[in-house]
Design a binder for this molecule. Structure first.
Ligand code: PLP
Length: 419
């Protein structure tokens, strides 16, 4: 046994090997899962720092442990930068991730069995927006709205009707599989009419909002939650932005209501990501994410693949393979063998089961982080159409995997060592 202070490779070669393989995978494959990205190298450095070693229950200036002279500075910077970046009156950067951020919001405003509303999972919502298997659907009286049958856009008529009837305490506006702009102003009007607190969950799109390519919820939603590791390219974490009047309730709900000590390394990574998000480079990145998604969507459409809502406004594309006679899972697995990594996903009004649905979900944040552009998107669309058209042609799939690898070699993945 090497010294316990030796580097990872010596102390634990099994884990070091698995991480090295994951590094190679993240380099060699086209990663199209829309919630994933490449965090900035500086963010990874901050998140993996000695801040991991510090306990800091409480908030800056009001901690339950001594020795906070530097950690307080880190948390204050993260908060101030997010407030400036998003134009928010208050920010809480302690939620461990997106789901705990949402749970803290419920805890801040709701009693058990209060009514809450969110977009249903099969229409593109998130589990934490009141799905029946989630604590948000079990501990609260959850009412779910959906999308329209004809164009698969959010059904504001149904939403307004349900809101009037059920008068929710909180109304969630946010999506995980919705390729269109979320119209926060329309949500705000409905929430105002029924006295609900509007919560915008921008987990997927916070980088697009920060980069100015998706409308902001700030000014419409009293509370905004987000992950920090999706389009935002920060560390794995969560944040809550809110109006001043909700500061106390939100801060108390996060700590001591829901969590213990904040993950200070993560907080530092959020601060660094918020700084990077103010740059022209980041604005160009956010725009390229959306431009790339449009090119990929056009390529897929012209290759005969149906898209939910017929296209995209954001980073995400939902393919409906019903007309192809290929289940989403079979297509996703064949694509993975070709080096194209996505996930199978329900489409609105899916006739198949959630674990074996009709669609696949794609996103451009990670590919765009590598600097790939329109040319690469066109090639990708053609490869995808080929694989989906013939999921058992292992010979062709193997040659596409080689072409994918060659393309990846031309675009080093940020922060990913090569072996
Ligand atoms: C990803 C996501 C979450 C959950 O985030 P985790 O970090 O996975 O807990 C919550 N809401 C939405 C809309 C999301 O897309």
């Amino acid at each position: 046994m090497p010294s316990s202070e030796a580097p990872l490779r010596e102390v634990d070669p099994e884990i070091a090997d698995l991480i090295a393989h994951e590094e190679t995978r993240q380099h060699d494959k086209l990663r199209l899962i829309p919630s994933e990205n490449y965090a900035y190298p500086a963010v990874m450095e901050a998140a993996g720092s000695v801040l991991n070693n510090k306990y800091s229950e409480g908030y800056a200036g009001r901690r339950y442990y001594e020795g906070q002279e530097y950690v307080d500075g880190v948390e204050k910077l993260a908060i101030e930068r997010l407030k400036t970046l998003f134009g928010a009156e208050h920010a809480n950067v302690q939620p461990y991730s997106g789901s705990p951020a949402n749970l803290a919001v419920y805890f801040a405003f709701c009693q058990p069995h209060d009514t809450v509303m969110g977009l249903s999972l099969d229409a593109g919502g998130h589990l934490t927006h009141g799905h029946k298997v989630s604590i948000s659907g079990k501990y609260f009286d959850s009412v779910q709205y959906g999308v329209r049958e004809d164009d698969h856009r959010i059904d504001f008529d149904q939403l307004a009707k349900l809101a009037k009837e059920h008068r929710p305490k909180v109304l969630f506006a946010g999506t995980t599989a919705y390729p269109r702009v979320v119209e926060f102003a329309k949500f705000a009007e409905i929430a105002r009419d029924v006295g609900a607190i509007l919560v915008a969950d921008i987990s997927h799109i916070s980088g697009l909002v920060a980069g100015g390519v998706h409308p902001t919820p700030i000014g419409h939603a009293e509370v905004t939650t987000s992950t920090t590791h999706k389009t935002f390219r920060g560390p794995r974490g969560g944040m809550i932005l809110c109006d001043k009047k909700h500061k106390k309730a939100i801060d108390r709900a996060v700590f001591p209501g829901l969590q213990g000590g904040p993950h200070n390394g993560t907080t530092a990574g959020i601060a660094t990501a918020a700084k990077l998000a103010t740059t022209d480079d980041f604005k160009a990145y956010a725009k390229a994410v959306v431009d790339n998604a449009k090119v990929l969507a056009e390529g897929l459409l012209s290759a005969g693949i149906d898209l939910v809502t017929g296209g995209t406004d954001n980073h995400l594309i939902l393919c409906d393979l019903s007309s192809k006679d290929v289940p989403g899972k079979v297509a996703a697995q064949a694509l993975d063998r070709a080096g194209i990594v996505c996930n199978y996903n329900s489409v609105p009004f899916d006739t198949r089961k959630p674990f074996d649905p009709s669609g696949i979900r794609l996103g451009t944040p990670a590919m765009t982080a590598r600097g790939m552009g329109a040319g690469e998107m066109k090639k990708l669309a053609a490869w995808m159409a080929e694989v989906i058209g013939d999921v058992e042609n292992e010979k062709r799939i193997a040659t596409i995997a080689q072409d994918v690898k060659a393309m990846c070699d031309g675009f080093p993945a940020p922060g990913v060592p090569t072996h």
